[in-house]
Design a protein around this ligand. Sequence first.
Ligand code: CO8
Length: 258
Amino acid sequence: PDSYETILVETRGRVGWITLNRPEALNALNTQIMRDVVAAASAFDADESIGAIVLTGSERAFAAGADIKEMESKSGLEMIMGDHFGEWARFAALRTPVIAAVSGYALGGGCELAMMCDIILAADTAKFGQPEINLGVIPGMGGSQRLIRAVGYYKAAELVLTGRMMDAAEAERSGLVSRVVPAADLLSEASKTAETIASKSLPSVYAAKAALDAAMETSLAEGLRFERHAFAALFDTADQKEGMSAFREKRSPDFQNR
Ligand code: CO8
């Protein structure tokens, strides 16, 4: 669809922008916002004129978690049959790199959604946490798994077991965010980063993201095998020839696939 209920969607050059827009609930992730985000992101992913996606929220909140009011009365069976996990998995499986531009709260499902992205840029106002333990549950969209890969077992265990929040500086020190920037610069920095990625050859960007994902999901031996094959495959693209001849001729490359 061209218009969505819970998000704002915009194309700026080769960058697709998705802004979470449920201000009344600090962008809590209900079924509708999940459907909107997955649909908009999938449409950008299918569009070869898009080379990067930015996902952001408001100044006050990236997203304050899954929607507690929507979940509260559900049974375990309903949670499983709702297949929220399957839909978010489609977001995590996009080929196009996604930059999360996080200002304010990224809690619970909000932190987990940021961790499904490839780059996390944080405003100095950002706060991250997995507070599910305070609600009598645990992270359900990857928080107990991706957080450990990002920050290590002991930091993740403390956050998941106590539910406390980290500020942007601690999140950067811990390896959860790529970079912290002043709040006023968050969107321009996200834009610059996205445009930089979108200026590269798309097949190499897809391959780089897939290789990085392999590192998170497989053994070292398997990951290295994947990388070697993906690296070799890129030598059959015109952009590899262009990139390398541009280097030799001391000029900037004019990639066809971007
Ligand atoms: N769900 C629903 N509504 C929310 C949520 C949420 N997660 N967070 C905030 N809101 C609503 C508030 O209820 C409030 O609405 P109203 O004005 O109608 O009362 C409005 O947003 C503004 O919030 P506050 O008044 O609470 O604002 P404060 O500035 O006082 O506090 C906080 C901000 C600290 C962020 C606070 O709102 C808070 O603690 N929110 C909940 C954080 C949380 O526990 N998140 C984890 C949720 S569980 C989860 O994410 C599990 C993920 C796995 C899901 C698996 C797939 C289904």
